[in-house]
Design a protein around this ligand. Structure first.
Ligand code: NAI
Length: 251
């Protein structure tokens, strides 16, 4: 790498996004750490700077058009032109179809799909100008269908179509776009699901691990490792793919 590249990771205050931000900083990138609340990003930013890396916390709702644009401009000014984007911010609002509210439908679709769209649109200028870019979007095994998640599974399936179209449109500018579809990853999101279904997180994880060929649940670092590969210089011929990171062949 001749000059330091800048990466943006959304939803990076905790969980998978925090692990991705730390891994990319360790790989040598300057990292824009985006999340709803700027102060909540401090732990991720401090961990990066204490390890000798470069990071900037930016508070933003990725589903807000003006906010997403402003966040990207701020990163460009303060860290350098962003040419790596990880659309990781996400929420769940689970319920069976007959109980799901319009608000729960809209908020999940907005964060995952509208958010990934707005962030990608704001960043593409810097990527196409640089003739280099890497976009990685977080899908999920729920894209294949998951009871109680009509909103989330629709959003995560949508992310896959969005990713493939980005790959088609941006490829000639040196920009790749890929999606990662994680299986069970140990984060506050899966802890909240355990609480919702009324089992302890330990039991929930042990039960999940029994169905996983590598006999354990995933860690945020498993996803960060896959991101590290996809954004690397050498991964320029990998585009429009969905990589299921699930500890086995089946989602
Ligand atoms: P998490 O709930 O621990 O972290 C998500 C982060 O996104 C939070 O810090 C939250 O504040 C932030 N966020 C939410 N809405 C936002 C918005 N509008 N603007 C900016 N930031 C926002 O979740 P986790 O588990 O780390 O998930 C990260 C991504 O991976 C999500 O897209 C999730 O859907 C996906 N995923 C997670 C799996 C798991 O097993 N944990 C499995 C498959 C996919």
């Amino acid at each position: 790498m001749t000059e330091q590249r800048t990466a943006i990771v959304t939803g990076a205050a905790r969980g998978i996004g925090a692990a991705i931000a730390k891994r990319l900083a360790n790989d040598g990138y300057a990292v824009g750490v985006l999340d709803l609340d700027e102060t909540a990003c401090a732990a991720t930013v401090d961990a990066i700077t204490e390890a000798g890396g470069k990071a900037l916390a930016v508070g933003v709702d990725v589903a807000d058009e003006a906010g997403a644009q402003a966040a990207v401009e701020r990163i460009a000014t303060e860290l350098g032109a962003p040419t790596i984007l990880i659309n990781n911010a996400g929420i769940t609002r689970d319920n069976l179809l007959f109980k799901m509210t319009v608000g729960d439908w809209d908020s999940v679709i907005n964060v995952h799909l509208r958010g990934a769209f707005l962030m990608s649109r704001a960043v593409q200028k810097y990527m196409t100008e640089s003739k280099f870019g890497r976009i990685v979007n977080l899908s999920s095994t729920s894209a294949l269908g998951n009871r109680g998640q009509v909103n989330y599974s629709a959003a995560k399936a949508g992310v896959q179509g969005f990713t493939k179209t980005l790959a088609l449109e941006l490829g000639k500018f040196g920009v790749t776009a890929n999606a990662i579809a994680p299986g069970f990853i140990e984060t506050e999101m899966t802890a909240a699901t355990a609480e919702r279904v009324g089992v302890s997180f330990e039991d929930f994880k042990n039960f999940a691990a029994k169905e996983i060929p590598v006999a354990r649940v995933g860690q945020p670092e498993d996803i960060a490792h896959t991101v590290s590969f996809l954004v690397s210089e050498g991964a320029g011929f990998v585009s429009g793919q969905v990589i299921y990171v699930t500890g086995g062949p089946k989602a």
